[in-house]
Design a protein around this ligand. Structure first.
Ligand SMILES: Cc1cc2nc3c(=O)[nH]c(=O)nc-3n(C[C@H](O)[C@H](O)[C@H](O)COP(=O)(O)OP(=O)(O)OC[C@H]3O[C@@H](n4cnc5c(N)ncnc54)[C@H](O)[C@@H]3O)c2cc1C
Length: 367
């Protein structure tokens, strides 16, 4: 939707086709909210993209009466030596970002709802926060349509056929031809690209998130930040209780290895005992007051590349096909800038953003 919107600002005829009706719970973006951090531990190359996205999220907010971004701050906490936290602090220094490094005592004084033996080191980024993801998608969709883009929902693309000078796209009832095609089909990208001659090692993987009743005096978004928690038992991320909905938490690592095909994946929360147990494990160890009644749970899909870096590139053989995917569970915060990059590639054939780590021909995707 973001790419559709930024393309619709150009003098182009834009058609968006989606198998569902975005926002929806069938892909990777469901579940209301997403975190945005600026000092990202996934790699220095992401920091300028996170900063640009934050500007663009703020800009998007000016076009919507719905809330797009809530500046809750983000706390990263965990055990010393996890690597991720140290890398994040290093990145913040390199980019002179406004973060505070905190001792255990400082964290517990500020957020009395935090505890546990893995609480050894923390840093707080006050400018980070929560993107209201579904509101953002609805806003991009509305803006794209008001600029004249067209949208087909509940319309799976069955096949893509590169032909001389254009691309032919087949859905159940129609055939479309386009000068250029942007492919952003999330967990389906692997299958789509295979049919276009690229057998990439990208792996859809099931993850669960859930909302638990929490003590709002400790964990409401007025009192508690979004968080990344690195415990020795696993990596977690979560959201303070937004307007009384409860603390939402998910586990970053630890997938269901046997449930990794997008087609036929069991998307019901609770099908596996660990769906809820994993999440409660972290809450009971670190945020006891948020380990209340289960309000809601759902499953979602990560689409992982072997190096967990994204794919944003032109198809190596068909230069009128562009791809963005493999977001490996950390892509949402970059939604605006990815739209901007794809628009640059489609309209100018190049972008000023550094996307060299996201090449579709890098060895890691084929080994
Ligand atoms: C539980 C969870 C928590 C996350 N938390 C964060 C976070 O806090 N911060 C962050 O930055 N990122 C986070 N992420 C990652 C982020 O949500 C994803 O990286 C992002 O949503 C991926 O977007 P996408 O457009 O590639 O995929 P999707 O959102 O799945 O979109 C793909 C779209 O393609 C459509 N499609 C698929 N196949 C076809 C077809 N054949 N024809 C037509 N349409 C098709 C689908 O219907 C869908 O609408 C999280 C992910 C999960 C699962």
């Amino acid at each position: 939707m973001s790419t559709g919107y930024y393309l619709s600002q150009k003098d182009l005829k834009v058609l968006m086709i989606d198998a569902h009706d975005p926002p929806h719970p069938h892909g990777s973006h469901g579940g209301d909210t997403r975190l945005i951090r600026h000092a990202v531990g996934e790699g220095l190359q992401y920091i300028p993209l996170a900063l640009r996205s934050q500007e663009m999220w703020n800009e998007l907010q000016t076009h919507s009466n719905d809330e797009i971004f809530r500046q809750t701050g983000i706390l990263n906490f965990g055990y010393k030596g996890s690597g991720f936290l140290e890398k994040t602090i290093e990145g913040a220094k390199d980019y002179d970002l406004d973060i505070e490094t905190l001792t255990v005592e400082e964290m517990q004084k500020r957020w009395p709802g935090l505890h546990g033996e893995d609480l050894e080191i923390g840093y707080y980024e006050k400018k980070g926060g929560v993107i209201m993801g579904e509101n953002a998608i609805r806003t991009y969709r509305r803006l794209a349509l008001s600029n004249g883009a067209e949208l087909l929902v509940d319309t799976p693309v069955n096949s893509i056929h590169p032909e001389t000078g254009h691309v032919r796209i087949e859905t159940e009832h129609d055939t479309f031809t386009a000068d250029r095609l942007v492919l952003t089909s999330g967990a389906q990208n692997g299958l789509m690209l295979k049919a276009l001659g690229l057998d990439l090692k990208i792996q859809p993987s099931r993850r669960t998130i859930a909302w638990f009743e929490a003590d709002d005096n400790l964990y409401s978004s007025e009192h508690f930040p979004g968080f990344i928690g690195r415990s020795r038992n696993g990596s977690y991320y979560g959201f303070s209780s937004i307007d009384g909905t409860g603390v939402k938490i998910g586990r970053y690592d630890g997938s269901d290895e046997d449930d990794t095909e997008p087609e036929g994946m069991d998307r019901n929360f609770g099908s596996f005992e660990k769906d809820e147990a994993y999440l409660r494990e972290f809450l009971s160890a670190h945020m006891r007051g948020a380990n209340g009644k289960l309000n809601k749970g759902l499953s979602c899909i990560f689409t992982n590349t072997p190096d967990e870096d994204f794919i944003i590139d032109q198809h190596p053989e068909y230069d009128n096909i562009y791809v963005a995917g493999g977001f490996s569970g950390h892509g949402f915060k970059y939604v605006p800038v990815v739209g901007e990059i794809l628009t640059d590639l489609v309209t100018k054939g190049e972008t000023g953003h550094d996307i060299s780590s996201f090449s579709i021909t890098r060895d890691e995707l084929y080994e």
